[in-house]
Design a protein around this ligand. Structure first.
Ligand code: F6P
Length: 550
């Protein structure tokens, strides 16, 4: 099948039809849609194993969804989904396949790149990880003075940090080995210094995670960590206290890490999609091989669902099309993600990278300039804290901001009545955002007030509602359900990219700033001529003055 020219999609009949449909339906209030159809929840919700997706609180009708599915058909989503599954080089600008699904595959899967199965290599690395994790967890792996490892410090950034950090925090209740796992990503020395402050070098293991093994933040932190170790340990201790996760063996060796202690991954794994690879080693160390297998199994179940379910019952497809509906047809600029679970506190940060590094593109796959908006700004914070911070803007601000609520039905921390109260808050927020309050309801509330006070308060207290949200309700956060959740969003990202015709798998935009930083750093220390703009020159001169001996 010839590749469709996706950038023509916005000149297609279905694109125009959706714009027309938006104009015709934008006056509809969800409150009325619910009143008119008692079966709305049944129609617009999906159950997948431990996950319930409720997408009834959206500004859509059955017709809207039918049109959005037609849009997906026109964008040849099935074709692109098949290309993804087959390991075609759909990351065109880097000439790479996109096969992170293989990382959660089994021996019976047939994920191939250029006609070669990748499964033997994937399974071999996973087996090495399991062996290593078992040795560290059981205390067989010793530090330089013969003590067992007590703390693992992952040094990495972006995709070599966020997914594993999220998973380790979310799955603390499953961490059964007594190991503590910490993460260092920031170049600010405070992060490393504070992380190491109470640690004993003899019982600390560092994982240096970097696909490229050129990322300065990670390498500088790793060098500083090595110096910290070698203040009390002999040079030979590096082999016992440093392992690497990378696709670059030579650079790992150049750093001084024995390739025997390197866990490989491949160029067909994007950094932000890599937690299922050896990048997930901190998680395997924390929850063990069986727990990690469950994490992969949850993601694999989501893969099967995504690859086989018809669009109308396909959770990633539905979430992606709703995203396109608001972004492209409503002009919504942002999307909030609110996890009602302390363990998922870093979920918004993880999605910042997954979503915004994927969609931060103004050109399509073929380099054509797109004349419509692509990725939204993803933001969020745990509920209920966010209710006391920015929910005012969601309830009474001027912008349309779709939200995703993520909430487990059971907690691992049954403290008092807190979990029921937490869940009640989550459900209440989505209801309030959807319903708003009618003036008639407000007038009843304000009935006892004098007329002029009531007239003054009425507009202040008005809640228009009609703010859309999805709720992802899990039985409980487990390795399996977390795997499902993270894979769900990965596939959502893929689908939106197909509709918009962009490459969701490259990230050229982050390179330029890195180049300039490399140029500016020596200029801070040496009296080199400054040839930047006046503002940047001024800032560099200011730094120099602060560091001048006089
Ligand atoms: O931020 C840019 C980026 O390349 C991300 O895509 C990636 O996840 C991160 O840096 C870390 O890269 P590496 O794993 O190569 O150190």
């Amino acid at each position: 099948m010839p590749s469709p020219k996706l950038y023509d999609l916005n000149h297609s009949a279905i694109w125009a039809k959706l714009h027309q449909h938006q104009r015709a339906t934008r006056h509809l209030h969800m409150r009325e849609l619910f009143e008119a159809d008692p079966a709305r929840f049944d129609k617009f919700s999906l159950r997948l194993g431990p996950l319930l997706l409720d997408y009834a609180k959206h500004r859509v009708t059955e017709r809207t969804l039918a049109l959005l599915f037609e849009l997906a058909e026109t964008a040849q989503l099935s074709h692109w989904r098949d290309q993804l599954r087959r390991g075609a080089p759909i990351n065109l600008s880097e000439g790479r396949a996109v096969l992170h699904m293989a990382l959660r595959g089994t021996a019976s899967d047939d994920y191939c790149v250029a006609g070669q199965s990748v499964m033997p290599a994937v399974l071999a690395v996973r087996a090495r990880m399991a062996d290593f994790a078992q040795r560290v967890r059981s205390g067989v792996w010793k530090g330089f003075d013969g003590q067992a490892i007590k703390t693992v410090v992952n040094i990495g950034i972006g995709g070599s940090d966020l997914g594993a950090l999220l998973a380790c925090q979310a799955l603390v209740p499953f961490a059964d080995s007594g190991l503590t796992v910490r993460f260092v990503s920031n170049l600010d020395g405070q992060h490393l210094a504070q992380t190491l402050a109470d640690l004993n070098p003899a019982t600390t293991l560092f994982i240096v995670a970097s696909k490229s093994f050129t990322t300065p933040e990670t390498l500088l932190n790793a060098e500083a960590a090595r110096d910290w170790l070698l203040r009390t340990a002999p040079a030979s201790a590096v082999a016992q206290h440093f392992v690497a996760v990378s696709s670059q063996t030579e650079r790992v060796c150049a750093f001084g890490i024995d390739p025997v202690n390197m866990f490989e991954f491949w160029d067909w794994v994007g950094g932000r999609y890599s937690v299922w690879s050896a990048v997930g080693l901190p998680l395997m160390l924390a929850i063990g091989e069986a727990g990690f297998d469950q994490f992969l199994a949850g993601a694999r179940a989501m893969d099967t669902h995504f690859f086989t379910a018809p669009f109308a019952q396909n959770a990633p497809v539905i979430m992606a099309l709703l995203g396109v509906w608001y972004n492209t047809f409503y002009g919504a600029h942002s999307h909030a993600v609110i996890p009602y679970d302390q363990g998922l506190a870093r979920f918004p940060a993880y999605l910042n990278q997954l979503d915004m590094e994927s969609y931060g593109k103004r050109v399509g796959q073929q380099g054509e300039t797109l004349d419509f908006d692509t990725g939204p700004i993803i933001w969020g914070e745990v509920g209920v804290n966010s209710q006391h911070a920015f929910f005012q803007l969601l309830h009474q601000g001027t912008r349309l901001i779709p939200c995703d609520f993520v909430v487990p039905m059971h907690t691992h921390y049954p403290v008092g009545q807190q979990h029921a109260a937490l869940v009640a808050n989550c459900f209440a927020q989505s209801e309030a955002l959807m319903r708003g309050k009618t003036d008639a309801e407000l007038l009843v509330e304000l009935a006892d007030l004098p007329d002029d006070t009531r007239d003054m308060l009425l507009p202040q207290k008005r809640f228009l509602g009609n703010q859309p949200s999805s709720t992802l309700a899990f039985e409980a956060i487990t390795p399996y359900s977390l795997g499902m959740l993270m894979a769900l969003y990965e596939h959502k990202v893929f689908v939106q990219g197909v509709i918009w015709g962009i490459n969701s798998f490259d990230q050229w935009g982050v390179e330029y700033g890195k180049q300039l930083a490399r140029r500016i750093e020596p200029e801070l220390h040496h009296p080199l001529p400054l040839t930047h703009d006046a503002s940047t020159n001024g800032l560099i001169a200011h730094y120099r003055a602060q560091h001048s001996p006089h």
